[in-house]
Design a binder for this molecule. Structure first.
Ligand SMILES: C[S@@+](CC[C@H](N)C(=O)[O-])C[C@H]1O[C@@H](n2cnc3c(N)ncnc32)[C@H](O)[C@@H]1O
Length: 303
């Protein structure tokens, strides 16, 4: 496949609406193997989620650093995480999250957590909610969490990376932190937002951390084109690294995406959520100590 072919394909995709900008299927461009989800005619994704490859590797090789990648905290670093420090870190960040969610409105009856990892927040959720369903794609991450969370309130589920194994209208809250940014494409966020809407009871709320951005008004087309090119090349590189990991010769890596604010509002509204708010607030969950990070809050309307 020539570079020219990729450039031509890239510009063809450039004809798509801006709203769909982040929704193109890089893998289908390469392998022509995209599938449609059953519940959404417009979303093309290939299952299982490709990013499961690096996350299952993180779960095997260094679960605590995979979850909280602070400088020198990897297994071979100067100060590798101890379990005690890792879960204390979760308690510290949850203490910063909780007042934000409470000020928005949260019912403490039950919660589903997407991407629980080694249970940094799950441990805290188990002391806050009466019932917690914690979901992750890595069985090693879940095993780590199980060994460190002794609570009858928590139910762990290993999934394929898109489904919430929870009945319709059965939980009062949905939570996720440091997960949506690692999806191989935003279409997985779409599927999860629809799932969250399905499993929430009327009046239930979500608090989801995800990086967002807005296009500047000026030179919009230039920024969009450059960002599209950068995203495309980044996704191609990630796909190559996944091939190495699958062949047992590559190390895990962090792939990152961002979500356009306008798209996020429109999408959540289309799904049916109301009272949609994107809030930035200061907390310690970022890589560089305390930083401002964005969270989306939304509610399923009362019937
Ligand atoms: C950076 S870690 C964050 C873990 C946890 N939320 C925390 O902040 O402590 C990202 C987690 O999301 C999980 N993950 C990645 N893609 C996922 C998907 N599509 N569905 C569910 N979990 C996923 C990974 O296995 C990993 O455990």
């Amino acid at each position: 496949m020539t570079f020219g072919w990729y450039v031509a394909r890239f510009w063809y995709l450039g004809r798509w609406r801006t709203n769909n900008l982040l929704d193109f299927d890089t893998k289908s461009m390469i392998f022509n193997l995209s599938l449609r989800t059953s519940n959404d005619k417009e979303t093309h994704i290939r299952m299982p989620a490709r990013s499961n490859i690096e996350w299952r590797k993180w779960g095997k090789s260094d679960p605590l650093y995979g979850v909280a990648s602070l400088t020198d905290r990897n297994k071979k670093g100067a100060h590798p995480w101890t379990d005690e420090e890792f879960y204390a870190y979760g308690a510290e960040v949850w203490a910063e999250y909780k007042p934000e969610w409470e000020s928005y409105g949260v019912n403490r009856k039950s919660c589903v957590e997407i991407g629980c990892g080694a249970g940094r927040f799950t441990k805290q959720l188990s002391t806050y909610f009466d019932h917690v369903d914690a979901v992750d794609v890595s069985d090693d991450m879940i095993e780590y969490a199980k060994r460190n969370i002794d609570s009858e309130k928590v139910f762990f589920h290993v999934t394929d990376g898109s489904i919430l194994p929870v009945p319709d209208s059965s939980v009062t809250a949905g939570f996720s932190s440091d997960v949506f940014q690692h999806f191989s494409k935003p279409a997985f966020a779409e599927v999860y937002f629809r799932e969250l809407y399905r499993v929430l009871q009327p009046g239930g709320s979500i608090m989801i951390h995800l990086p967002v951005f807005s296009w500047p008004g000026a030179m919009n087309r230039v920024f969009v084109a450059l960002y599209r090119l950068w995203s495309y090349l980044d996704a191609v590189q990630a796909e190559a690294r996944r091939l190495f990991i699958s062949a047992e010769i590559g190390r895990p890596f962090m792939f990152g995406i961002k979500f356009e604010t306008q798209w996020l509002y429109q999408f959540l509204r289309m799904v049916g959520f109301q009272d949609i708010q994107i809030r930035y607030f200061e907390n310690s969950a970022g890589k560089q100590g305390t930083s401002f990070r964005p969270y989306v809050f939304a509610r399923k309307p009362f019937a």
